[in-house]
Write a protein that binds this ligand. Structure first.
Ligand code: PYC
Length: 398
């Protein structure tokens, strides 16, 4: 009999935990819950696993954030990624190529230098490079004063890189299932049942199941899931577009990001360039690729890398990002509804957080209390004016 990576199951009548969303975060949560001994868990995915943000990102890993909370959290994620292929026994093709964030003004340079110092103080390897040092590592970059926004310097982050994003999804799915969790694809959660302020179950297109814990892990769709239980959190959803070119000889050995030009690019082991822009400027849920994106990406990237003037684009796509006001996630129990947890607001930088997101969410649910690492990401921070401002460290937030 053919062995699948994970199996189809009938829905059980009861689960201890229902996870809404079969992306890398939801599957990682199921995996780490199972490691804690909580295995009566269903991951419910309305399409197929990895259909959302996990399959639509540009696979960049880094931990060079700006705040202490952000740096520690993403550093934990990167450390978990380092050992993940071994732990899940699946080749994730982590290519640690180093990550450049370019600065194009004196103000940007000062922000990058501050980030480098914050990173170093917390043991994260990042340092500032001047244009000539950048040119040595990126010979094709134009550091002349010809571009509209000449390169003034860069934050260089050696531990950053890229990974095979769908392999991460598949590996967590297989790992979770092997430990006893069930993955239900084509299973849409249509309603969340609450009685006397407590979660009691979910209604799906395949029937109703009882459970006392529901975790929403649905990048982009968090507001829609929260609406089912009348919870309003400060998420605004914007599409983020990306593209991949045909394969070329290897020439780009690092991830390159410019927040000012709203672009980023890297080269895969197969030679394709994986490229992205900033979010679509107005909020919407459309996952269409546009010519406007292609034109704007091309115009901006050619200022930096004129060598790209003739590349052929193979495919474009878009994914949804739920953005929060401070560009940090919400990972939190919802106080008004016992048993309802939200993990969302990952903006344009969620894929790299998957391991730490799953690990800490699992701890939070298992222990009924958020671990110290994610305490700063409670939703109450917005009312308490304790923002974790990461906008300056989002590669392309806006
Ligand atoms: O924050 O690293 C990032 C990122 C990459 C692509 C979009 N955002």
């Amino acid at each position: 009999m053919t062995q699948r990576m994970w199996n189809n199951h009938e829905l059980k009548k009861n689960y201890d935990v229902v996870i809404i969303g079969g992306g890398a975060h939801g599957l990682a949560t199921a995996y780490y819950l199972a490691k804690l001994g909580i295995t009566n868990v269903a991951v419910m995915e309305q399409k197929f696993i990895g259909y959302g943000g996990s399959g639509r990102n540009t696979a960049i890993l880094r931990s060079n954030y700006r705040t202490e909370e952000g740096i520690k959290f993403y550093d934990q994620s990167l450390s978990l990624y380092e050992d993940l292929a071994g732990e899940l026994d699946f080749n994730l093709m982590f290519s640690r190529q180093g990550h450049f964030t370019l600065g194009h003004s004196t103000a940007a340079v000062s922000g990058l230098v501050t980030r480098a110092e914050n990173n170093k103080a917390l043991g994260v390897d990042s340092y500032f490079l001047d244009p000539l040092e950048i040119k040595k590592m990126l010979p094709e970059i134009d550091i002349s004063d010809h571009p509209r926004f000449p390169v003034h310097g860069a934050l260089y982050h050696p531990p950053g890189g890229i990974i095979r994003h769908d392999a991460v999804v598949w590996a967590y799915a297989r790992g979770a299932e092997r430990k006893g969790a069930q993955i239900h694809q084509l299973t849409e959660v249509q309603d969340i049942l609450v009685e006397n302020g407590k979660v009691t179950g979910v209604v799906t297109n395949r029937g109703t199941v009882s459970c006392n814990t529901v975790i929403s892990v649905v990048a982009g769709w968090s507001s829609e899931v929260c609406k089912k239980v009348n919870v309003k959190l400060p998420f605004v959803t914007h599409p983020l577009q990306a593209l991949v070119t045909q394969s070329y000889k290897p020439w780009l050995n690092h991830v390159v990001v410019s927040g000012t030009l709203h672009i980023y690019l890297s080269q895969t082991d197969r030679g394709e360039l994986v490229c992205g822009n900033g979010i679509d400027t107005y909020p919407h849920y459309g996952m269409r690729s546009t010519l406007g994106f292609l034109e704007s990406y091309a115009a901006h990237v050619l200022e930096l890398f004129p060598v790209l003037h003739n590349v052929a684009v193979q495919r474009q796509w878009a994914g949804l990002c739920d953005m929060t006001p401070d560009y940090s996630p919400i990972i939190s129990p919802i106080d008004e509804i016992n048993g309802f947890y939200v993990n969302g607001g990952w903006g344009t930088y969620g894929f790299k957080a998957s391991p730490a997101s799953g690990y800490n969410t699992a701890q939070m649910v298992a222990n009924g209390k958020a671990p110290e690492m994610i305490e700063p990401f409670r939703y109450s921070r917005f009312a308490e004016n304790r923002l974790v401002g990461e906008k300056a460290a989002a590669s392309v937030g806006s």
